[in-house]
Design a protein around this ligand. Sequence first.
Ligand SMILES: [Fe+2]
Ligand SMILES: [Fe+2]
Length: 184
Amino acid sequence: MREHGVLKRILLVYREGIRRLQAGDKTPAQALNAGAEIIRSFIEDYHEHLEEQYVFPKLEQAGQLTDVTAVLRTQHQRGRILTDRTLAATSGAGVPDKAGRDALIRDMSAFIRMYEPHEAREDTIVFLALRAVVPAKEFRDLAETFEDEEHRRFGQRGFEGVVDKVADIEKSLGIYDLSQFTPT
Ligand SMILES: [Fe+2]
Ligand SMILES: [Fe+2]
């Protein structure tokens, strides 16, 4: 699912935030808050909602990967708690003190640590299993349902509009230019 690409890019935003906090730089509160807002609206309220409403139940009804879907559901819930705290810590109510900065580092690190394996497992195991249990026509209908929901929530530009916002956050942190990541 291409939504996972947006998730991955916010994980990179969080990682840059952690790097700056650990270096003792100014907390990039605005960028981190904007990133956490995208996690809330696009990943948790939209993408994970669809997984919980359509993807996991199809597998559970087919008796497939039920141990995995149980863990993924729990991880969605834990992720929300971390996002609540990340939003609160970066909401602009003054500069967080040392304890607040350490807590923010811990929460963003825990979020990254959980979501890298979470999204990788979904991409390599869960969505393939879904294709195997859902007939082709139903699978296409499901994709259309997702697309409709995307435009209902995020307007005409949908996914692309969300990606533009992610790019703006990356630019504000100086991590947009892809070539900077090429080893010399
Ligand atoms: Fe998920
Ligand atoms: Fe997912």
